[in-house]
Design a protein around this ligand. Structure first.
Ligand code: SF4
Length: 259
């Protein structure tokens, strides 16, 4: 049974449903996976998570490497997702578009609108890779979680892509200007980050007006880099600099991994 068949079986979708929703929703979105229920992907909300296929960056610590190619032989049709969501009205609060990078696909705008039309809040996980598309979709978004990977001048050391820091910087500013609820978060790995760099990044974000920030330790689960997964992972969060950052934000969330 492939991913599409498995998803249809789990949520009770039949062929005649698919035909009806395909006509009603012309949105085209390449979807690599769906989590039907999450308590952690949209703060204080029950959500379904739609994992969009494709990402042009190559962060060594990525824990969803199967979502990086633009195509996946086992994509889940958007109309199946809509059929599933129609059955979850009143049971779920929100739908979170994650990835991969959701703003890679132009269909994200119509998909967000369709989800909103069903009565759900819209969450977005993004690395801020496409600021212009982010600007278009933000009016439809109720909460956004954006990964900020490193000081903006050091971005390519994480993403492998020249100019990625400029794009991320634009996206941070767009989110702040939009008034949409947000969390910016940085995943830390001792082989990629230092205490000094994380403090510098935190101070930059605070100076831009960021009020909600999270620091999360790298988790090896799903990481395709054997070197990063095996590297010694003493916690960066125990260093005294953490207290210096805590005073700069309205909320500073710390997410520890079991080392
Ligand atoms: S931006 Fe996100 S999805 Fe893309 S490679 Fe980096 S961690 Fe993975």
């Amino acid at each position: 049974m492939d991913a599409e068949q498995d998803f249809r079986r789990r949520v009770g979708i039949h062929a005649h449903h698919v035909d009806r929703w395909a006509g009603a929703h012309p949105t085209y979105l390449r979807i690599g996976g769906v989590v039907p229920l999450s308590t952690t992907d949209y703060p204080d909300h029950l959500s379904a998570v739609v994992f969009c296929q494709g990402c042009p960056w190559r962060c060594g610590y990525c824990h969803n490497p199967h979502l990086l190619p633009r195509r996946n032989a086992q994509e889940i049709p958007w109309q199946d997702v809509m059929q599933f969501l129609a059955r979850r009205r009143g049971l779920l609060d929100a739908v979170v578009f994650s990835g991969g990078e959701p703003t890679l696909q132009s269909g994200i705008v119509h998909a967000a609108a369709a989800v909103k039309a069903l009565g759900f809040k819209v969450g977005l996980h993004t690395a801020g890779i496409y600021p212009r598309r982010l600007r278009t979709v933000l009016p439809l978004v109720d909460w956004v979680g954006m990964d900020v990977k490193a000081p903006f001048v050091d971005y390519s050391l994480i993403t492998g892509i020249a100019g990625s820091g400029e794009r991320a910087l634009q996206s941070v500013q767009l989110i702040l200007d939009s008034g949409v609820d947000y969390e910016f978060r940085t995943t830390m790995h001792p082989a990629l980050h230092s205490c000094e760099k994380v403090v510098a990044l935190g101070e930059t974000l605070a100076a831009m007006g960021v009020r909600h920030y999270a620091l999360q330790e790298f988790r090896a689960q799903g990481c395709a880099s054997a070197a990063l997964a095996a590297a010694p992972r003493k916690s960066l969060l125990d260093a005294p600099w953490h207290d210096r950052l805590a005073t700069k934000f309205e909320s500073l969330v710390v997410r520890r991994a079991s080392l």
